[in-house]
Ligand binder design. Structure first.
Ligand SMILES: C[S@@+](CC[C@H](N)C(=O)[O-])C[C@H]1O[C@@H](n2cnc3c(N)ncnc32)[C@H](O)[C@@H]1O
Length: 472
């Protein structure tokens, strides 16, 4: 039994249900994504590197006369949905002026509750073999990817979750490669391009099926894609129960503001066993820490998902199955002006790009994973390629384990050298300008250049370790 020490219960916390917590399930972020932007002059969050975190910056003042109306509606919606947020937090535009971030406004102690959210104010899909009832039932069984199901689930409930959906990034500010025009994918290594294309096709197919079933008015394409970015990049996974139906959720959670429209009647849906594989694809590098025998759940947690990523500590996010409340706590103390961040999991640049559409500078979890090139490319001989293939090695992962591969030392050396040189050719700094000009938008260009820059750092480090001259 886990009992919250009274000292950790902040003054603003409601007095009920928080001292006795019979069983708390720790969950971890599967992924994450983001929101429409607002006034851009006061910015301080995420994208601008770790330095920002260390200094205690002044909280930026909002531009004169500018109100973030989308945020205000979201705050009203949260109040009506019984989501409580610490009064020591604010949501502000991020450093790019496109998304938002959560900033500390008064001294915060480690362990203080930041957000408390009833399960009824989350959107969830379970990953067992049950089906939803209602209009989505047939479609559901043909689309087992849980992120796709969660997207449909959210949009189908948009009468209830409108202000939350409004906070999500608009399509032209989502830079995940599955939304790039196909011609831009040529700037990525084949492995990443293939993965982005597979997701793009799965989404196109999923929405075509919705249209075929006459459901595209209920789930319009642009909202579906935005919601998918949310599901793929800001959903949390863990164990726990979801309400058996939306009406049960209303009864339990009291989402008084929410109109019980036809879409909301779809309820909380479940997924078949294949969805577990789908979720694993989405989850790729994340960890799920949970012990309950109940089904896995993939959930969108409004407000908790306003927090941006920084490699390091994961969130202290727990679900209490008795009170059915999610709770996010501070993993350290914060000073006014500091951005609240947590790690979405140990994700390298490739995973962050594919899943979220951003790349962290100097990512401590970064990892170089490269496909071995074709014979004759960058000096790779047919013999060495054959030896690698015989050993079942198609990729080299520079995580310290290469020397354990069961191939001869000279062959490994040749493969490493050719692989590093080919990868270096594909992301030469001198080509950056051309690449940025050729891609379809400045946003994609910005993310792609960051990805190339981080890749060059990894390549240089690997070349140093393996004593490879990258450019000869
Ligand atoms: C859980 S949301 C965080 C809140 C989000 N910034 C918003 O405005 O709604 C995750 C998304 O925010 C953005 N994001 C999070 N951390 C970031 C970072 N360190 N740098 C750039 N973008 C980040 C990415 O688009 C990501 O998919």
């Amino acid at each position: 039994m886990l009992v919250a020490p009274p000292s950790l219960v902040p003054a603003w916390a409601p007095s009920t249900g928080w001292v006795q917590r019979p069983q708390r399930h720790k969950v971890v972020l599967l992924s994450a994504s983001a929101a429409a932007s607002a006034a851009a002059s006061h910015r301080l969050c995420s994208q601008r590197v770790h330095r920002r975190q260390k200094c205690h910056r002044r909280i930026p003042q909002r531009a004169e006369g500018k109100t973030d109306e989308v945020k205000e509606r979201f705050m009203d919606w949260m109040r009506a949905s019984s989501i409580t947020t610490s009064p020591k937090l604010d949501i502000l535009p991020d450093s790019e002026g496109e998304g938002r971030c959560v900033v500390c406004t008064k001294d915060l102690e480690k362990g203080e509750v930041l957000v408390r959210l009833p399960a009824a104010a989350a959107v969830s899909v379970t990953m067992d073999d049950s089906k939803p009832s209602g209009a989505l039932e047939g479609w559901w069984m043909r689309h087992p990817r849980s992120s796709i199901r969660l997207a449909a689930q959210l949009v189908s409930q948009r009468e209830s979750f409108g202000p939350y959906i409004e906070m999500l990034y608009p399509l032209d500010q989502i830079y995940a490669p599955w939304l790039w025009p196909e011609k831009d994918l040529k700037f990525l290594p084949q492995r990443l391009a293939d993965s982005a294309l597979a997701r793009k096709k799965a989404l196109e197919k999923a929405h075509e099926d919705l249209e075929r079933e006459g459901l595209s008015a209920m789930i319009p394409r642009d909202l579906f894609l935005r919601a998918h970015h949310a599901a793929a990049s800001r959903a949390f996974s863990g164990e726990g129960e979801v309400p058996a139906s939306r009406s049960a959720a209303l009864a339990v959670g009291g989402l008084s503001i929410l109109a019980a429209g036809a879409a909301a009647a779809v309820g909380v849906a479940s997924v078949d066993v294949a969805a577990t594989a789908g979720a694993a694809v989405v989850a790729a590098t994340s960890v799920v820490v949970a012990t309950s025998p109940s089904p896995n759940v993939l959930s969108l947690l409004p407000m908790v998902d306003q927090v941006n990523h920084r490699s390091g500590a994961p969130p202290d996010l727990q679900f209490d199955p008795t009170s059915r409340i999610w709770e996010l706590r501070a993993t350290r103390s914060y000073k006014p002006g500091e951005e609240i961040v947590f790690s979405y999991g140990d994700k390298d640049s490739d995973a962050l790009l594919l899943q979220h559409g951003f790349v962290e500078e100097d990512n401590r979890a970064d990892l170089l994973r490269l496909t071995i090139p074709e014979v004759g490319t960058c000096g790779l001989s047919a013999e060495v390629k054959a030896e690698m293939e015989k050993a079942g090695i198609q990729e080299l992962c520079f995580d310290g384990s290469l020397e354990q591969l069961e191939v001869s030392k000279p062959s490994l050396m040749e493969a490493v050298q050719a692989t590093l040189r080919c990868a270096a050719k594909e992301c030469r700094e001198s080509d950056d300008e051309k690449v940025a000009k050729e891609v379809s938008s400045t946003g994609i260009g910005r993310v792609l250049l960051r990805w190339r820059q981080e890749r060059r750092k990894l390549l240089r480090a690997a070349a140093k370790e393996w004593q490879v001259d990258l450019f000869s």
